[in-house]
Design a protein around this ligand. Structure first.
Ligand SMILES: Cc1cc2nc3c(=O)[nH]c(=O)nc-3n(C[C@H](O)[C@H](O)[C@H](O)COP(=O)(O)OP(=O)(O)OC[C@H]3O[C@@H](n4cnc5c(N)ncnc54)[C@H](O)[C@@H]3O)c2cc1C
Length: 379
């Protein structure tokens, strides 16, 4: 590794995690972001994100989540801040056999503590849930909330303490290549950023930033809403009400947090967006609000008539087959890209960042990146 080290574009969870791991190994690293690190326009810049180990039958993701869980616990200690709170996660099943049953089987195989909750247990523990709408529930205590903004802040600050340089307000507009790969990056102010290796973790801006590679990814508009309960707000506190998901209905939700609001996210794939611009995104509109009321009316009826709410649009990036893209850039062997994390990239960000740090040091990543290769789309 030459003295110039690694240049990372993107100070979301993936970029700061890569900076953290590289600087921990004393590799010179410079992290660039067009805004502050963290910033509210990045996907990583929300107050909080869900973390869970349930991924249906996809044990590979559950195993990655288990690795991430260990890291989030370490980060709580290392940063001295409460970044991750494991109050548990509840998956509500509308049918007997399906995603939740597969998830339970995988967790059992991995020896992750998880329990099946029958309707009567759900009614007793979470009286706000309409048990006529659900068949059973899967609870695992290791799921919970990650305070996202705070987590990015903590990782950036630890990386800086370890020697990383963080440079906000640097927007990369040009990539200069030669026959060996990428030679340098140019920013909007005309400065050049040289490095031995380059990592691109630009979230929804990645397809534009790496336009010459025509990455096989799609960007979709995704809506979420913050809702204040009209009554009984105490019982939605994280100690009493976990993060939860109804996979079949396409929504997941959070307990009460900042300013007494609950958050609900529509996880179903939204409309395609050719020119994502988080800084210009408006609220999610009345049609989405109606969908939320319908979802709540079915699963948590007392929340259906909310009067105070705030919705917003974010962007999922996903590989065209729905999976992640983490790989060396074709024709640029000194450079790597990571994007396409749809709605599960925050919790897994530190593991992806670790894999990128390994790649940039010519080390074999701890996770097998084979399924995330760009070349899979050519087959
Ligand atoms: C509505 C919504 C809800 C979600 N909920 C969850 C959840 O509950 N749990 C979960 O695990 N995941 C969730 N996700 C997914 C998760 O937020 C993302 O997968 C993850 O944050 C992506 O991180 P990132 O670092 O790749 O990108 P980002 O966080 O978007 O960061 C990219 C950074 O790159 C910078 N950048 C881009 N281009 C340039 C450039 N040219 N020059 C300089 N800087 C540049 C940007 O400014 C930005 O700061 C959700 C996503 C959305 C949209």
């Amino acid at each position: 590794m030459a003295k110039q080290g690694v240049v990372i574009v993107g100070g979301g969870i993936v970029g700061v995690s890569a900076a953290y791991w590289l600087s921990k190994n004393r590799i010179p690293v410079t992290l660039l972001d067009q805004y502050e690190v963290p910033n509210r326009w990045s996907a990583s810049g929300d107050h909080l994100q869900l973390f869970g180990l349930t991924h249906g039958r996809d044990a590979f993701y559950s195993e990655m989540s288990a690795k991430a869980l260990a890291f989030w616990r370490v980060l709580n200690k290392e940063s001295g801040a409460e970044v991750f709170c494991a109050h548990g996660m509840l998956d509500l099943a509308e049918a007997e056999h399906g995603y939740e049953e597969d998830s339970l089987r995988v967790l059992k195989d991995m020896r992750v503590p998880a329990q099946r909750l029958e309707k009567k247990h759900i009614a007793k523990l979470y009286p706000m849930i309409n048990t006529r709408a659900v068949r059973w529930g899967l609870f695992h205590k290791d799921g919970g909330i990650i305070w996202a903004f705070r987590a990015v802040q903590a990782l950036a600050s630890l990386a800086q303490k370890q020697g990383a340089k963080v440079r906000p307000h640097v927007r990369i507009t040009e990539i200069v290549k030669d026959k060996n790969g990428i030679r340098c990056l140019r920013d909007a102010a005309g400065h050049s950023w040289e490095g031995e290796r380059f990592i691109f973790a630009g979230g929804c801006w990645t397809p534009k930033l790496l336009a010459q590679w025509r990455l096989p990814v799609r960007v979709t508009r995704q809506a979420q809403i913050y809702v204040r309960p009209l009554l009984n707000s105490g019982r939605y506190r994280p100690q009493h009400f976990p993060v939860f998901s109804v996979k079949s209905a396409g929504f997941y939700g959070f307990p009460l947090h900042i300013h007494g609001f609950l958050k609900f996210v529509d996880d179903r794939r939204g409309p395609l967006e050719k020119k994502p611009d988080p800084a210009a995104a408006k609220d999610a509109g009345t049609v989405f609000e109606k969908k939320c009321r319908k979802f709540l009316g079915r699963f948590i009826p007392e929340l259906e008539r909310f009067t105070e709410s705030e919705s917003s649009i974010g962007y999922y990036v996903s590989g065209k087959d729905g999976d992640f893209v983490v790989d060396r850039l074709p024709g640029a062997p000194n450079s790597f890209v990571a994007c396409g994390f749809s709605g599960k990239g925050f919790g897994l960000g530190p593991v992806i960042g670790g894999a990128l740090a390994d790649l940039a040091q010519d080390r074999k990543p701890e996770i097998n990146l084979h399924r995330f290769r760009i070349s899979r789309f050519k087959r």
